[in-house]
Design a protein around this ligand. Sequence first.
Ligand SMILES: Cc1cc2nc3c(=O)[nH]c(=O)nc-3n(C[C@H](O)[C@H](O)[C@H](O)COP(=O)(O)O)c2cc1C
Length: 168
Amino acid sequence: MASVTLIYGTTLGSTGEVAELIARELGDVDVRDVSGVKPEDFLAADLLILGTPTWDDGDLQQDWVSFLPKLDGIDLTGRKVALFGLGNASSFPGQFANGLRKLHQKVVERGAEVIGFWPVDGYTFHASEAVVDGRFCGLVIDQENDPAKTPERVGAWVAQIRQEAGLA
Ligand SMILES: Cc1cc2nc3c(=O)[nH]c(=O)nc-3n(C[C@H](O)[C@H](O)[C@H](O)COP(=O)(O)O)c2cc1C
């Protein structure tokens, strides 16, 4: 079985809860809070999953803001990375889940192949930097407005990344 590391940042706890749901669905996953990781931890597994909520003015969660420059020393060439992001579409419809795109930009810059793109259908928002070529660049979860949809979204996305990463 291929190894999986999931690294997330959270301020109020929701992204940690979604991280645990994803890990439970996938099975054997090393789940870490980004406030306690080292850059080498990004290279430990066959599949890397990264998650962030959007905070402030469409930005990454604070621990990711602090950590991200350290990724400049890490080569992710040829590595598969799946991303997920939390946001609130009704309070922030013009910058919904923008933080996800910042993770996307950084890992692509470091050479990663991003898997797990996700349809925008079923979400109501005006604009999101996380939309790349008509799809979100990772799973988007809205725990404030759509919590009932979370288990189904996580289940479908995990099945998708399993297949895209060849873990099935
Ligand atoms: C001050 C503040 C700013 C936020 N800014 C955004 C935003 O720009 N876009 C968005 O989609 N969600 C935004 N959110 C919603 C959070 O992403 C959402 O509450 C998320 O579930 C928090 O995750 P956490 O509990 O893991 O910290 C914001 C929330 C707060 C409290």
